[in-house]
Design a protein around this ligand. Structure first.
Ligand code: NHR
Ligand code: GAR
Length: 214
């Protein structure tokens, strides 16, 4: 059976596009049942419409507080009976209540080698620290920001003259390989999150997940 996927975005949606493409070429045994954006002008909404996927805009600014926004978001996702929630450049922190409702069923892609550089402006911080390596992490979402179990990391080299913009581009290319791969594993029930530990084909994954070097 195809897994029903809800994708949450705030912006360009290039990771959403990578997942749409992987579904179309049958590398992911799933279907995106809805794309939800907290911004009405997110370009990812056009990508979804182009692919004949249902879209919803839930603007956080229309709600009194985070709890009310999260409640509306939760109801929308449940209405579509999604079995997997994919955060793809979604920029609002989610409440513990929301996260717990989708425990072990929600993925995020974060542009750093977690546990390094949680939160925002990750590329600049990696450069400023003099790191030689950087990348992205695909992880299950827990109530603690960017702290859930890591399924996969991509690794890229930081060049001597690297700028945050060039590094972001480099990492972005690898995100488009990483995210569809993890979503495919999940939809094939090869990847399981049990009591905050990850198993791929029933084997315990390392703390920082499967590695893809570029
Ligand atoms: N929610 C929980 N509970 N746990 C996570 O791991 C989450 C999450 C929500 C989003 C993505 C995340 C990232 O990968 C994510 C992971 C937004 C912010 C943030 O500070 C931080 C991390 C992430 C996403 N957002 C501001 C806020 O007040 C708003 C910033 C903006 O709108 O531009 O929510 O990095
Ligand atoms: C991606 O680089 C993703 O790692 C990052 O936002 C970008 C979204 O790109 N996510 C975060 O920074 C989460 N705080 P996209 O809209 O083109 O997929």
């Amino acid at each position: 059976m195809k897994k029903r996927i809800a994708v949450l975005i705030s912006g360009s949606g290039s990771n959403l596009q990578a997942i749409i493409d992987a579904i179309n070429d049958k590398s992911i045994n799933g279907e995106i049942v809805v794309v939800i954006s907290n911004r009405a002008d997110a370009y990812g909404l056009s990508r979804a419409k182009q692919a004949n996927i249902a879209t919803k805009v839930l603007q956080h600014t229309d709600y009194q507080n985070r709890i009310d926004f999260d409640q509306a978001l939760l109801k929308t996702i449940d209405h579509y009976q999604a079995e997997l929630v994919v955060l793809a450049g979604f920029m609002r922190i989610l409440s513990a209540e929301f996260v717990n409702h989708f425990a072990d069923k929600m993925l995020n892609i974060h542009p750093s080698l977690l546990p390094k550089y949680k939160g925002l402006t990750t590329h600049q911080r990696a450069i400023d620290a003099g790191d030689k390596l950087h990348g992205c992490s695909v992880h299950f979402v827990t109530a603690q920001l960017d702290d859930g179990p890591i399924a996969l990391q991509t690794i890229v080299a930081i060049a001597a003259d690297e700028s945050a913009a060039s590094l972001q581009k480099k990492v972005h290319v690898t995100e488009h390989i990483a995210y569809p791969k993890v979503v495919a594993w999940y939809c094939d029930e090869r990847l399981k999150c049990i009591e905050n530990k990850l198993y791929l084909d029933s084997e315990l994954l390392s703390e920082t997940g499967f590695k893809l070097s570029f």
